[in-house]
Write a protein that binds this ligand. Structure first.
Ligand code: ZN
Length: 242
């Protein structure tokens, strides 16, 4: 029989296990004569190392790169809420999203968060952007396990509104929400423009009722605080209600 080690996962790291294995001691086999790195053992039970806040090896806190001898007991804990690492501690982190998260991408931009998304980004591009200092949000945990990815989160929810809530909670972003700052279509910043500069492009009623306008600095789309803006605000309050 191969040498073995025990692993116990805490808190939301259990989300990576099938239901029947959650909260239980897991047993993993070690290759004979080798001490595999702790992070490789965690990955082998489905846990991306970027989601691990800290780990104990036989009761002692150790780096995830440490080799694990046979008959060890491992404990892995998640980061606390709002504590997962990010490129900078100032404001909201910049995000990059995998191809399945298009709705979430627009929602994050509506809240003013810098969010790169395209439905044709390849895994290699996503990895490069994450390695260059963006937080990768993904439903693909294999992608999240790539070595180059330093900041990332596996989206638990499959429903876009729930996902928005999940990201805002996980990264503690409530204070950083700033609507009407970023274009939901293309992610570029919006700038204030004089009404006279956009007059030609407005529908008659918009021209009549609104005075303040913003324009996307990249795609040119015009925004104002009309009825859609009010609807969006109410929707947001509902989605983000504690
Ligand atoms: Zn735009």
């Amino acid at each position: 029989m191969l040498p073995q080690a025990g692993i116990r996962l805490y808190g939301e790291l259990n989300d990576f296990l099938p239901e029947r294995r959650r909260g239980k001691r897991l047993v993993v086999s070690l290759p004979r004569g080798e001490h595999p790195a702790l992070k490789h053992l965690l990955a082998s039970v489905g846990v991306p190392p970027v989601e691990v806040g800290y780990a104990l090896l036989n009761g002692e806190r150790v780096p995830l790169t440490l080799g694990v001898p046979p008959a060890s007991e491992i404990e892995a804990h998640p980061y606390g809420r709002g504590r997962s690492p990010r490129p900078s501690n100032e404001g909201a982190p910049p995000f990059v999203l995998d191809n399945h998260l298009g709705r979430l991408a627009s929602y994050l931009r509506i809240l003013g968060f810098d969010t790169l998304y395209r439905n044709d980004f390849q895994d290699g591009e996503l990895t490069r952007m994450a390695a260059a200092g963006r937080v990768l949000l993904t439903r693909d945990r294999q992608l999240l396990m790539r070595k180059a990815i330093r900041y990332g989160h596996w989206m638990r929810s499959k429903e876009p509104r729930e996902q928005l809530r999940e990201v805002v909670e996980h990264y503690a972003l409530r204070e950083a929400i700033a609507p009407m700052q970023r274009c939901p279509r293309c992610n570029a910043p919006l700038e204030a423009v004089a009404k006279s500069a956009v007059l030609e492009e407005l529908e008659p009623l918009t021209r009549l009722y609104y005075e303040e306008f913003k324009r996307c600095t990249a795609c040119g789309q015009i925004y104002w605080k009309g009825s859609h803006y009010e609807r969006m605000r109410r929707w947001l309050e509902e989605v983000l209600a504690p």
